[in-house]
Ligand binder design. Structure first.
Ligand SMILES: [Zn+2]
Length: 372
């Protein structure tokens, strides 16, 4: 007995390898999604001849019945034609499918046309590289890619490109319940500025055409302390344990104490400390969905900004609230250096602007537990 496969499995009109390669080349191997533009291929840590790719030739109208934006009127040849493809990073390829109603065929065609036009202008030197929008966080549950449109003394305003964590409904809930929210969760963090603020009042939002605009009322920035005045601390060795020198526990202070201060502060996960459950970072939580992606360092940058700019007061309220990394003025850049790690410690490069010192770069390991 023979079975006819075509009766059970829909035929997919996939792109040929040659069509995929042409799409990638035309897009300069960068994501075509408006505002993304991320490089989708690059060197791998696995070896000098290895590379990694996070790009996809996405179908504008689906390759098979049941897929998003499937058009039964099209012939198989039209479905697998280059004109039906758009080059995107994996995150955006998925986004345009799971939220298909927000991305109709014409919108995707326009994104592709605009992206290719931009690449053409860059190649002829008529225009600099793309402006890549970075992450903005409002409170603990909303992170979006967006553009800073205005900075006033008491209000920062943004245009939302798209949400990365949470959505507009989540933001509206945050606004409605603002008065009841723990004051430690009332913050805005902006990667582009390398800085953040506490909120003085609930954010507000408005739709303007296709755009969502958000304004946040902010408090004044917290005074920083000179790094040279960092108090004496027990020194930690390369094994992340107490360092003994000449039979005694070594101590560090000032600038020497800064790397381990950053290391211990960022390695502590929120919820880990029994007596200070709200203290700590969300880095471990972020690694669940984002480990190995270019978005992890951007999310970690948000957390470093939070530790540098948002005052924390312990639950007993004994000491006045201060940010744990109070000598950090601006978080300039965070890059992940190794992806393999050593016993859960992963190296990152920190480029910071430090009070009393100026620009400072250091490679510091962070402990990220990957078992959940
Ligand atoms: Zn993308």
């Amino acid at each position: 007995m023979t079975t006819d496969d075509t009766n059970t499995k829909p035929v997919r009109d996939d792109f040929t390898p040659s069509t995929k390669a042409k799409l990638a080349l035309r897009a300069n191997y960068r994501c075509s999604y408006t505002g993304c533009g991320i490089a989708t291929s690059g060197p791998s840590d696995e070896g000098a001849e290895r590379s990694i790719s996070i790009g996809e030739a996405a179908h504008i109208t689906a390759a098979a019945p049941g897929g998003e934006r499937y058009d039964p009127e099209m012939t198989p040849a039209q479905r697998k034609h280059i004109s039906n493809g758009i080059w995107m990073c994996k995150i955006h390829a998925r986004l345009v499918d799971v939220d298909a109603s927000a991305y109709p065929v014409t919108k995707l065609h326009n994104m592709k046309i605009e992206h290719e036009a931009r690449i053409k202008l860059e190649m002829t030197g008529l225009r600099p590289g793309p402006k890549v929008f970075d992450f903005i966080a409002i409170g603990p549950s909303v992170v979006f890619v967006g553009e800073l449109v205005a900075i006033e003394q008491k209000i920062w305003s943004f245009r939302v490109e798209h949400f990365v964590i949470g959505d507009l409904t989540e933001l509206i809930t945050y606004i409605e319940q603002f008065d009841a929210i723990d004051s430690y969760d009332k913050f805005v963090l902006v990667n582009e500025l390398g800085d953040g603020r506490e909120l003085s009042n609930a954010p507000s939002w408005a739709k303007s055409g296709d755009n969502c605009l958000i304004s946040v009322p902010i408090t004044a920035s917290v005074p920083k302390i000179d790094v040279n005045r960092l108090p004496m601390d027990l020194a930690l060795g390369d094994d992340h344990d107490l360092l003994f020198v000449n039979g005694g526990i070594a101590r560090v202070s000032g600038l020497d104490a800064l790397p381990q201060k950053i290391k211990t502060c960022l390695s502590m996960s929120q919820g880990e400390s029994w007596f200070a459950p709200s203290f700590g970072t969300r880095i471990r939580e972020y690694t669940v969905d984002f480990f190995g992606s270019p978005w992890l360092p951007r999310l970690i940058k948000l957390e470093v900004i939070r530790m540098a700019a948002i005052p924390y007061s312990d639950s007993l309220g004994i000491s006045p609230p201060v940010p744990p990394l109070r000598c950090v003025r601006i978080v300039k850049a965070i890059d992940q250096i190794d992806s393999k790690g050593q016993d859960g410690w992963f190296k990152f490069r920190f480029q910071l602007d430090i009070e009393g010192l100026g620009e400072w770069t250091s490679e510091i390991p962070i402990f990220i537990s990957r078992d959940l």
